[in-house]
Write a protein that binds this ligand. Sequence first.
Ligand SMILES: Nc1ncnc2c1ncn2[C@@H]1O[C@H](COP(=O)(O)OP(=O)(O)OP(=O)(O)O)[C@@H](O)[C@H]1O
Length: 318
Amino acid sequence: MKAIEVKNLRKLYPKKIPLPFRKIEWFEALKGITFNVKKGELFGLLGPNGAGKTTTIKILTTLLEPTSGEARVLGFDIVKEAREIRKRINLVAEGERTLYWRLTAYENLRYFASIYYVPKKVAEERIRNLLHMVGLWDRKDDLVMNYSRGMKQRLAIAKALINDPEVLFLDEPTLGLDVQSAIFVRELIKKLVEEEKKTVLLTTHYMHEAEELCDRIAIIDHGRIIALDTPEGLKKLVRKDTIVEVRVKNYNGENPFGLAKIKEEGEKVVLRGPLDEEDIPKLVEFLVKNNAKVLSVEVKEPTLEDVFIKLTGRGLRD
Ligand SMILES: Nc1ncnc2c1ncn2[C@@H]1O[C@H](COP(=O)(O)OP(=O)(O)OP(=O)(O)O)[C@@H](O)[C@H]1O
């Protein structure tokens, strides 16, 4: 049995049209996605803002019903057997907001343990282990309101493990964290899969995070899965390409070579993507003709972002 099975999942959201028109239009956030996650796998959904990652997680965690299609988590149907699923999974989404800031870390975990009917003795030991695992044992009696953002996120992960879930869903687990905290959280996620044998489905728009953590990655864009493979398998799609990164000033937004704008630093723009070697001088000539100032041209190692650029013509942060 697979941990997660998703077949042709679609989700339409109503779009409000302002009065006086009084009609509803529909926005198709998921356009029929299909994928499976094996038990013990660390599976990533990688895509830009608005791609449909959170919608997918909400459906799989039974918070939202799909418009059509099917999905099973641990063999249970997400619509008909939602209660069975809820006992066996947990979710970290916008982690820190789901904690009680006026309680201590310990009190938070005790409270959430009681919600899941974890027997008192089991809960005590589990809370101790979890607080050690997320590195907060020494701060367990501090109010959460005095925690840093990274500490709150670590506690949110501990909270999500309080019912000892078989499958853990993590929606953008390192979003907004400082570098040190993000490293800690990523190490923690690896440990959950390698040592605690959890199945993890995470979403991220950080390609390096997906690459570092995930056994397999589904790249999602505009509600569709456009590629699904191991990080190495995905990178094979661009292995034979020359990846060029160009820093340019006064860019007018045009290049006929399909490079994506991946960064903007004031007046300076970084363009990146696969390009034939003989097209490099042609690109520079085109940019200069269009009054841009080319600051540097470099050939780079291919990354997952290049796969995304190759498939969509856009960068992940567009
Ligand atoms: N409740 C809603 N009503 C209407 N449209 C919605 C609703 N929730 C999401 N959407 C739209 O559906 C699309 C997918 O949103 P979703 O939150 O799943 O994307 P995402 O990949 O998680 O992106 P982000 O990282 O920005 O959250 C977006 O265009 C979003 O505006």
